[in-house]
Design a protein around this ligand. Structure first.
Ligand code: AMP
Ligand code: GLY
Length: 432
C-alpha cells in the first residue's frame, strides 16, 4: 500500500511511526511532515491546510489511502476534495467535521439525541450574551463557536470576567471569525478524559481513553495548552465507566450521525468530563488527539493501515482490534515561551549515552522541529513527545522521562508530574 499522512506535529510523527512498522505499507509520504516523519516517510513541502495543492499532489501520487492528522484540513473539506478524484481519506467530510468546527451545532445535536452535556445557550449578539451571563450561575464557561486551537474557552468566575471574555471573543475578535458566535455553558466538575472511537457509516468501535494534561505547569497550574502529556490505560477508567461512555456517548453519537446522514469515517475524539452523575460531553474532535495519539497508537497491535482501510470501507464490523497489554506515558517537551509565545530556532542536542529513537522501551516523537544546515532546531511550541512503555504505569513513566533526559535545548520545559497526578489526585498504581 501507498499512504499519505497530512500534518506536521508529534501526532503525525506517531502516525508515520505506526505505519512504518506496518508490513503492508510499501511507500509512505508526509505533507508537510517534520524532521521525525522523515525517518519513516518521504516529506513533501505542502502545507496541511492547502487543500488545492494537496489534492494536486495526491492526484499525482495516487495514494491508496490518506490519513489526516489535524482538524483544519478536515473542516476545510480535504475528504470531499480527494473524494471527487476517487481518493480515499481516513477522516470525515467537511459536513461531518462541523462536529469540531461548530460547538453550537454540536451542542444542539447532543441535546437532540440525548447525549449528556452541560446546559448551554449560543449567542450571535454580545449584548444578549452579556444579559444572559448576568443571570446564569458562576463559574460559567464561555466558548468561541469555531476553531481556535483549543484556546477559545474561558472559565469565568464572576460577571466581570464573563464580560471580558465575551468582549474579547465577540468584539475584539481574539480568534477572528471563530468568535462571531459564542456559547455560554454551565461549569461541570469532575475528571477530564479523552475517549476515542472509530466511526464508519455503519458502526463504531471504541479505541480507548487517555488522560491529557492541558495546563502548562505541574499540578495543573498556568495557562491552557494543546496538551502537555498523556497516559493510558488509566486506573480511573473502570470497565463500568468505559461501558457507560460507550452507551451514553459513542452509541448515541453514532446513532446521531446515522440519523443526520453524516457518513462519518474516521476517528472521533470525545472530550469528556466524568462527573458524579457520569460522563458528560464537553466537545468533539474529528481526529486523533495530540498528545493522546502518541500513547494510543503504540497501544494498538492491529496495523494502522488495516484499521484505516476498514474504516474507509465501512468494514469496522469485520475488524478484530487487538491491543498490546502495556501502559504508555507521553511527556511533551515544549519550547521556551510556549504556550504564549514559543521561541523558534533553538538548536537541539541529544546526549549520546541514549539514542532517543531506540524504540525498545519508548520512542521520541518529533513535533515542531526543522533541520537547517544539518542542525536540528525548534520550529514551534510542542517540540517532542517522549513516550515510554512498560508493563506498569511506573515503568512506562520512567522510560518516558529517560527519553526526556536525552534531549536538551535552551529554554525547554516539560511537566514532571505526567501520570503521577490526575485532576488534583495522585494516580493510584494498579495492582500488578
Ligand atoms: P473544549 O475546547 O470545549 O474542550 O474546552 C477546553 C477546556 O475547557 C476543556 O478541556 C475543559 O478543561 C474546560 N471546559 C470546557 N467546557 C467545560 C465545562 N462545561 N465545565 C468545566 N470545564 C470545561
Ligand atoms: N490534546 C487535545 C487535543 O488534541 O485537542
Amino acid at each position: 500500500m501507498k499512504l499519505l499522512v497530512v500534518g506536521g506535529g508529534c501526532r503525525e510523527h506517531a502516525l508515520c511511526w505506526s505505519l512504518g512498522q506496518d508490513p503492508e505499507v510499501k511507500k509512505l509520504y508526509a505533507a508537510p511532515g517534520n524532521a521525525g516523519t522523515a525517518l519513516h516517510a518521504e516529506n513533501l513541502p505542502v502545507a496541511a491546510d492547502d487543500i488545492g495543492s494537496l489534492t494536486a499532489l495526491a492526484q499525482e501520487l495516487r495514494p491508496d489511502l490518506t490519513i489526516v492528522g489535524p482538524e483544519a484540513p478536515l473542516c476545510a473539506g480535504i475528504t470531499d476534495a480527494f473524494g471527487r478524484h476517487g481518493l480515499s481519506v481516513f477522516g470525515p467530510s467537511a459536513r461531518s467535521a462541523r462536529l469540531e468546527g461548530s460547538k453550537s451545532w454540536t451542542k444542539a445535536l447532543a441535546q437532540r439525541y440525548g447525549i449528556p452535556t452541560a446546559e448551554a445557550r449560543s449567542f450571535d449578539d454580545p449584548l444578549e450574551a452579556i444579559s444572559f451571563s448576568r443571570g446564569f450561575p458562576f463559574p460559567q464557561v464561555i466558548k468561541a463557536d469555531g476553531l481556535a486551537s483549543g484556546k477559545g474557552v474561558f472559565i469565568a468566575a464572576d460577571f466581570s470576567q464573563a464580560q471580558q471574555a465575551i468582549a474579547s471573543l465577540m468584539q475584539q475578535r481574539l480568534h477572528g471569525a471563530a468568535g462571531r458566535r459564542i456559547l455560554i455553558e454551565a461549569f461541570l466538575e469532575g475528571v477530564e478524559l479523552s475517549a476515542f472511537a472509530l466511526f464508519d457509516a455503519k458502526q463504531y468501535t471504541v479505541l480507548g481513553a487517555a488522560h491529557d494534561y492541558k495546563r502548562v505547569q505541574d499540578g495543573d497550574h498556568g495557562p491552557n495548552t494543546g496538551g502537555m502529556g498523556a497516559f493510558l490505560p488509566s486506573p480511573f477508567v473502570s470497565p463500568a465507566l468505559l461501558r457507560q461512555i460507550e452507551e451514553s456517548i459513542f452509541s448515541r453519537l453514532h446513532a446521531a450521525c446515522t440519523a443526520e446522514r453524516l457518513d462519518y469515517r474516521g476517528v472521533l475524539y470525545a472530550g469528556l468530563m466524568v462527573t458524579r452523575e457520569g460522563p458528560f460531553l464537553l466537545e468533539i474532535n474529528v481526529r486523533f488527539g495530540d498528545p493522546e495519539a502518541q500513547v494510543l497508537l503504540p497501544s494498538l497491535e492491529t496495523p494502522l493501515s488495516e484499521i484505516a482501510r476498514a474504516t474507509c470501507r465501512d468494514e469496522l464490523g469485520r475488524l478484530h482490534l487487538r491491543r498490546h497489554r502495556r501502559s504508555l506515558v507521553g511527556v511533551v517537551i515544549a519550547s521556551a515561551g510556549y504556550p504564549e509565545n514559543p521561541r523558534l530556532d533553538d538548536p537541539i542536542l541529544f546526549s549520546d549515552s541514549q539514542t532517543p529513537t531506540s524504540g525498545t522501551q519508548g520512542f521520541l516523537f518529533y513535533g515542531a522541529t526543522k533541520r537547517s544546515q544539518g542542525v536540528l532546531r525548534t520550529a514551534g511550541g510542542r517540540v517532542f513527545t517522549a513516550v515510554g512503555w512498560g508493563n506498569r504505569l511506573v515503568e512506562a513513566r520512567k522510560h518516558a522521562y529517560d527519553q526526556v533526559d536525552a534531549v536538551s535545548f535552551a529554554g525547554m520545559h516539560f511537566r514532571k508530574d505526567i501520570a503521577s497526578f490526575l485532576a488534583g489526585l495522585p494516580v493510584p498504581e494498579p495492582e500488578a
